[in-house]
Design a protein around this ligand. Sequence first.
Ligand SMILES: Nc1ncnc2c1ncn2[C@@H]1O[C@H](COP(=O)(O)OP(=O)(O)OP(=O)(O)O)[C@@H](O)[C@H]1O
Ligand SMILES: [Mg+2]
Length: 405
Amino acid sequence: MSEPLTTQTVLDYIRGSAEGVAHFGSTEGLRAEALTEGNVNLIFRVTNGHRSLLIKQALPHSWRYPDFKMPVDRAGLEYDVLQLETRWAPEHTVRVYWHDEARHLNAIEDLDQHIVLRAGLIAGREYPNLARHIGRFMAQTLFHTSDLYLPSAEKKHLVQRFTNPVMCKVQEDLVFTQPFTRHPNNRWNPRLDQQVAALHANAALISEVHSLKQAYLAHAQALLHNDLHSGSVLVNAVETRVIDPEFAFFGPIGHDVGSYLANLVLNYAGHEHHSALGATRARYRSWLLEQIRETWTTFEAEFLRLWETEGNAIEWPEPTYRARYLRDVLRDTAGFGATEIVRRTIGLAHVADLDEIPNDEDRASAESLALNVAVAWLTMRPTLTDIHQLVSLTETARPDLAPSR
Ligand SMILES: Nc1ncnc2c1ncn2[C@@H]1O[C@H](COP(=O)(O)OP(=O)(O)OP(=O)(O)O)[C@@H](O)[C@H]1O
Ligand SMILES: [Mg+2]
């Protein structure tokens, strides 16, 4: 394995690389800073004051949690997925300039005019194009890697390329197993003890989670991003870009859609605190609910449009199957969304939307609300037929615990 880069050696690397020299034109005045917002890879911003790029290097473990071992070839996988995503949704993907296989790194477009969506949502910002952009990104990337579009042999070839077993096992454990058992990695606010005990004792619900885990393991429906949350989206007023597909593999489409919508719900719950005024909170929450609705309706309409215009009509001649397919994706969306909400509330890896609420009572109230949305989504999942039902379940959910005010 190659040495971990530092702010010094990353400059030597750029100066010694043909691609690096070509990118910058002149390597005069090159400087580097480490970006430490992520948990997994080393990331450096390199600039000469006129041009810049990011170097993202994979180590054999997570840099922040060294106990998490991860294969270094995930950098090559991320490169290949970014290429595919760029083919189908270039305006919502980040450019990758080159991949260095020996050093397990990618040189990536620096989106320094964007911020992480999660931060924007916590600040209560509205992005008028967001739902349409994410809906389109998901429809384009998921449809074009499904059996509805790809010839069977090509699809199977891609499934082999993108099995990603070690990264998937991280998700299997952290999303589907640990939060639903008494596992030492879990952590939650003791105020939620009763609610968590009820969840763990609910056999019907745990069985539903098993069925989702089974689908996650065995339903190679399309090439998922597999870490599609508001921390993997960079935004500004006009643009939306999805980054960081290192967990990608072939799985159920509803997992990507559900993870994204779940993170909107986690933010919705967090606005218990982030919006100081009741009227502001109500307005922002209704914007978030509208995001859930519009992201889905855009995704669904675009997916159906692609099926109609580019789908393999010989393999899938019956148009009435389309509505059934999308209905099943909606049900998976609710189920996988619920597991994402639960794991971000009581599992190992939490989200800033909830964790950064300083007042213990308010945080517990927000987390309690999130858990109740998850339970409602999981309970209704087998009979869902319409996105409005999902929105309404979210809107009518209430926390078991009152906030401090
Ligand atoms: N192309 C980019 N342009 C600007 N900033 C970026 C870009 N890619 C990543 N970042 C910044 O670096 C952070 C970490 O990026 P990324 O998520 O790709 O890393 P990671 O090591 O996979 O971490 P994790 O999976 O824990 O989020 C992002 O949250 C963002 O702040
Ligand atoms: Mg990552």
